[in-house]
Design a protein. Structure first.
Length: 391
């Protein structure tokens, strides 16, 4: 087994997590790997914590069970066991090496070589590992790249991309979040050459990565680079204009709102092709169609809009139409959404018979309520309903 000299740092705060400490005590040869190490070294908050170990899954499970920690075989084909100390999940994977890859999937074998496992990872900043006492093992210069703001593939970029074409999109996701230096020329050349391989990916995988790119604090540089290389046209053939993202950098990160701005073509076709969820599709189409509140609208106008459309959709439309309209968005946030105070039972209580005429009467009163700025209360609306019935 080969290894690299470790660089010792003060143990990051996440290493004090009691559940993680329990897992590391049960698996003393394990290390934290991937994103948790990267983000700790970058001074960012750490979310998911994954571990690796040279031991096979059955030994991992036995050691966890002996320590009183529940172990679930969540991915035995790839050597992954999930430990659940106190209900929190930590994925633990046996060190691996690739035997065969096809651009989407990999057939792996277990190994006890940390460097060999790190060599199969995508980017240098994701290929570091850390022990329980803060010793960092960095085989490919990931720490230097992290400090330099450089997103660089491990080894030959073309080989890494050919193993899994999703790595093209992952490059832009990490570029959007970590890059401060110009993009690596070798990476750009390999990405450009690998674009045809994107067609081999599932729609779900493409949307998952594109969504994460759009969720970055400021994805404009990454999206512009995607457009320059031809990647954006490959994943959004319906049409996209990166320049339309710039005004939204002041808005809270919202991938669907940013997608609504970015798309220039058929949003419904995009949503269907990449298999967005029903809620995502509905929100995307709602943001791109329907009335847009204007800065000159008075409160009655805004109440009328809010009666038919949720405030988050109206606020999103205002971002798309008028990014500088901060006062308008503040007003939309402050005004409670009005609710028409009558129901069918109110008409029945007046002696109206169920049927089309009842529905038409309620719709007419609701229109009257809307025209009045949505301020008439239930009593006033009932009186209007009675007046219309009598007339």
């Amino acid at each position: 087994m080969t290894d690299a000299p470790a660089r010792r740092i003060p143990p990051p705060a996440f290493l004090s997590d009691p559940g993680l400490r329990a897992v590391l005590a049960a698996l003393p040869d394990a290390r934290i790997v991937g994103g948790a190490v990267r983000d700790a070294l970058a001074g960012r908050s750490v979310a998911d914590i994954d571990l690796a170990t040279p031991h096979p899954p059955d030994q991992i499970t036995a050691a966890l069970t002996a320590a009183g920690i529940r172990a679930i075989p969540t991915g035995l084909d790839h050597g992954t066991v999930t430990a659940l100390p106190a209900g929190r999940g930590f994925e633990i994977t046996t060190l691996r090496r690739d035997i065969e890859t096809d651009g989407r999937h990999a057939r792996v074998a277990f190994t006890n070589d940390w460097r060999e496992d790190a060599a199969r990872r995508d980017f240098t900043i994701n290929a570091m590992s850390m022990t329980a006492d803060g010793a960092v093992f960095d085989y490919f210069g990931g720490l230097a790249d992290l400090h330099a703001g450089q997103v660089r593939f491990v080894g030959d970029p073309s080989a890494r991309i050919a193993e899994d074409y999703l790595r093209i999109l992952r490059f832009f996701r990490f570029f959007a979040r970590y890059a401060t230096a110009p993009p690596d020329p070798a990476a750009l050349a390999a990405i450009r050459a690998g674009i045809p391989g994107l067609a081999r990916l599932s729609a779900e995988r493409v949307w998952s990565e594109l969504r994460r790119i759009l969720l970055a604090p400021d994805p404009t540089g990454a999206i512009a680079l995607m457009a320059e290389l031809g990647v954006l046209a490959a994943v959004i053939p319906e049409g996209a204009d990166p320049a339309r993202l710039a005004p939204l950098t002041a808005a809270p990160p919202d991938p669907i709102l940013r997608l609504a701005a970015l798309l220039t073509g058929d949003a419904g076709a995009f949503a269907d092709r990449l298999k967005l969820s029903g809620a995502e599709r509905e929100r995307l189409l709602a943001l791109r169609t329907g009335p847009v509140p204007g800065a000159a609208a008075d409160d009655a106008d805004l109440r009328r809009l809010l009666a038919d459309t949720p405030s988050d959709i109206l606020i999103g439309r205002s971002w798309l139409a008028s990014p500088d309209a901060a006062d308008l968005r503040a007003r939309l946030t402050a005004i409670p959404r009005p609710v028409f105070p009558l129901e069918g039972r109110d008409a029945l209580a007046l002696g109206m018979e169920p049927g089309p005429a009842l529905g038409a009467a309620l719709r007419a009163v609701r229109e009257w309520w809307l025209q009045g700025g949505c301020v008439a209360d239930a009593g006033a609306c009932r009186a209007e309903l009675a007046r219309r019935r009598a007339g």
